[in-house]
Design a protein around this ligand. Structure first.
Ligand SMILES: Nc1ncnc2c1ncn2[C@@H]1O[C@H](COP(=O)(O)OP(=O)(O)OP(=O)(O)O)[C@@H](O)[C@H]1O
Ligand SMILES: [Mg+2]
Length: 494
C-alpha cells in the first residue's frame, strides 16, 4: 500500500479555542485506497480535526495539502471542491425538512422552468438510500426518524456528493450490525476505486474489520500511526489511555432484593406486545435485541413518553400510570435516552445539567441544592474524567463523549432508584466505560435497580445479572448470567 499516492497531508496542525488548546501539532497523511482509523479518548481532538478538514473550523497553525494544493485554512466550499466529505458525529441534518431535501440540500433536481422536480428528487433519494439498504420513505421529515435512520441519511447525504476523501466521525454509533456491514461494503467499494478515508470509532473491534492503518490521538497530539495488523486492542488501549486497563467490567456481586418495577402484559407503540418482567432491587437487568426489536420503545413506554395500549406497570407494588416523564421522575425513575441531544441543555455548564433531574418538588433557588450541585458536579467530573474538567464551560463546547458522561452523571446523581439506561456507553471511550460500569455497580450496591438496554453484547455479558432478549416487539428469552454468551443472545434475538 505504501506505493499508493498521498491524497491528503496534514503538517503540524494546531487549533486553539479560547482557553483550550484542542490540537497541539497533528501531522498525518491519508493515501488513496486506505481506511485510516482514528482513535482517541473523549476530548482527544478527533472531531475538531475533522471539522478543520471540512472547513468548518479554521486551524490556528500548520498546513493542509490536498493533491498539489497547500493551504493553512479551508472554507466549507473549498473543502467540498477539493473532494472532502464529512459525516458528522453530531448529525448535521435539518430536522424539519424531508429526507430528500436533506440529501440534496441546495442541489435539488429541477425541471425546465426551474421548478423542483419532486418526483425525480424522491426517486433519486430512494436510489441513493438503497445503496445502504435503507428503505425509508424519502418524503418523511427527518425529525420523525429514529437516530439510526438519521445516521444513515447523513451518510447518504455525504456519499451523494461523491467525495474523494471521506471522513466518518463515529458513523456506526447508532447502527445495527446489519446496517454497519452494509456501510462497510460501501467503504470497501470506495477503497477499490482509490478513495481515501478517515474513520473514527470507539468500537475497537471494528479495527480488524475495516482498517488499513490506525492513528491514535491523545490530548491533541498524534501518539503513533500503526499498520492495522499491529493494532491489537491491548496495544491501542495503552496508546489511547497511557496505561493498560485492569478490568473493563468491574461487576460487583449484589444480593437481589425485593421487586421494584413490575411490568405485566404491556403493549405500546408500533412494536411492543405482551411484555412482562420484574426488576429487583440491587439488580442490573439487561435488555438485548436487534435494531428495531422494541428496546427503545420499552424505555419510552416505561417513562411516560409513549402511551400504553394495554398492560400495567407497578412501582414498589403500587400500580402507576405515567402521563408525562415528570410523573415517572416523581415516582423515582430516571432515563438516559439513546439520543443525547434530546436531554442536554447545551447553553449551560455541568452543574445545571446535573441538577435538572433533582428539581421536582424542590425550591429552585435553595442554597442546599446549589451546594449539592457543586459537590456532585466536582465528584462526577473527577470520577468520569469529564474533559474539560471545568464547571464553567458550557456543554456545547464539550466533545460528544464528554456530553454523554454528563448525562450519565445527571441520573447517577439524581437519587432515582430505578434507572433505565438506554445505550449508556454510546460514544464513550474505553477508559471512561470502565468508570461508568464501576459507578453502575456502586449504584446497585446502594440499593438502586438498573434496566440496561444495550446493543453491546460484551457489555451485557460483563455487567448484567439477567438479560431479557427481544424479538419483533416481544420477549423471546430470559437468560441468567451463567448462560450469557454472544451465541446465546444472538440466537434468541434473531
Ligand atoms: N467550539 C469549541 N469551543 C471550545 N472548545 C472546544 C470546541 N470544540 C471542541 N472543543 C474542545 O476541544 C477538545 C477536543 O474536542 P473534540 O470534540 O475534538 O474531541 P473528540 O476527540 O472528538 O472526542 P469524542 O470522542 O468525545 O467525540 C475538547 O476539550 C473540547 O472541549
Ligand atoms: Mg468527537
Amino acid at each position: 500500500m505504501s506505493d499508493h499516492k498521498i491524497l491528503l497531508k496534514l503538517d503540524r496542525i494546531e487549533k486553539r479555542f479560547p482557553g483550550v488548546l484542542a490540537l497541539k501539532s497533528i501531522s498525518l497523511d491519508v493515501r488513496a485506497g486506505e481506511v485510516q482509523v482514528l482513535l482517541g479518548e473523549n476530548g482527544a481532538g478527533k472531531s475538531t480535526l475533522m471539522k478543520i478538514l471540512a472547513g468548518e473550523y479554521q486551524a490556528t497553525g500548520g498546513t493542509i495539502t490536498i493533491g498539489d494544493r497547500t493551504v493553512s485554512t479551508l472554507t466549507p466550499e473549498l473543502a467540498a471542491e477539493l473532494g472532502i466529505g464529512l459525516v458528522h458525529q453530531e448529525l448535521s441534518l435539518v430536522p424539519a425538512l424531508s429526507v430528500t431535501e436533506n440529501i440534496f440540500l441546495g442541489r435539488m433536481p429541477r425541471g425546465p422552468l426551474g421548478k423542483i422536480d419532486w418526483g425525480k428528487a424522491h426517486a433519486e433519494a430512494r436510489r441513493a438510500l438503497a445503496a445502504l439498504g435503507v428503505t425509508i420513505d424519502p418524503a418523511t421529515e427527518v425529525r420523525r426518524l429514529e437516530v439510526a435512520e438519521q445516521q444513515l441519511v447523513e451518510i447518504t447525504r455525504v456519499l451523494e456528493r461523491g467525495p474523494r476523501i471521506l471522513l466518518l466521525d463515529e458513523p456506526t454509533s447508532a447502527l445495527s450490525d446489519g446496517e454497519r456491514s452494509r456501510l462497510f461494503d460501501v467503504i470497501r467499494r470506495l477503497k477499490q476505486r482509490g478513495h481515501g478515508m478517515i474513520y473514527i470509532s470507539h468500537h475497537l473491534s471494528e479495527i480488524p474489520m475495516i482498517a488499513d492503518r490506525v492513528t491514535v490521538l491523545r490530548d491533541g497530539i498524534v501518539i503513533d500511526t500503526l499498520p492495522a495488523d499491529k493494532a491489537d486492542e491491548e496495544t491501542v488501549i495503552g496508546m489511547m489511555v497511557g496505561h493498560s486497563l485492569a478490568d473493563q467490567f468491574p461487576k460487583v456481586k449484589v444480593e437481589r432484593g425485593k421487586p421494584t418495577l413490575s411490568v405485566d402484559r404491556l403493549a405500546s407503540g408500533k412494536t411492543l406486545k405482551d411484555i412482562s418482567f420484574t426488576l429487583h432491587r440491587g439488580e442490573i437487568l439487561g435488555v438485548y435485541g436487534l435494531m428495531g426489536a422494541g428496546q427503545a420503545e420499552i424505555a419510552a413506554a416505561l417513562f411516560g413518553l409513549q402511551d400504553l395500549k394495554s398492560g400495567t406497570i407497578e412501582v414498589d407494588g403500587r400500580p402507576v400510570h405515567f402521563r408525562y416523564s415528570s410523573d415517572a421522575i416523581a415516582a423515582g425513575l430516571g432515563l438516559i435516552s439513546r439520543d443525547r441531544r434530546q436531554s442536554l441543555v447545551p447553553m449551560q455548564p455541568v452543574g445545571p445539567n446535573l441538577s435538572l433531574s433533582w428539581l421536582s418538588g424542590r425550591s429552585l433557588l435553595s442554597r442546599l441544592d446549589l451546594k449539592r450541585e457543586r459537590t456532585e458536579s466536582e465528584r462526577y467530573v473527577r470520577e468520569l474524567r469529564v474533559r474539560p474538567a471545568s464547571l464553567a464551560h458550557r456543554l456545547m463546547f464539550f466533545s460528544g463523549g464528554n456530553q454523554q458522561k454528563v448525562i450519565l452523571a445527571r441520573w447517577m446523581s439524581s437519587g432515582a432508584k430505578i434507572l433505565i439506561f438506554d445505550e449508556p456507553t454510546r460514544g464513550i471511550d474505553v477508559g471512561a466505560k470502565a468508570e461508568v460500569f464501576a459507578l453502575m455497580s456502586r449504584l446497585v450496591a446502594d440499593g438502586a435497580s438498573i434496566l440496561m438496554i444495550s446493543s453491546e453484547l460484551n457489555e451485557l455479558i460483563g455487567m448484567a445479572d439477567r438479560v431479557l432478549v427481544m424479538r419483533h416487539g416481544r420477549l423471546s428469552a430470559e437468560l441468567p448470567r451463567e448462560q450469557l454468551s454472544q451465541e446465546n443472545l444472538l440466537r434468541h434475538a434473531s
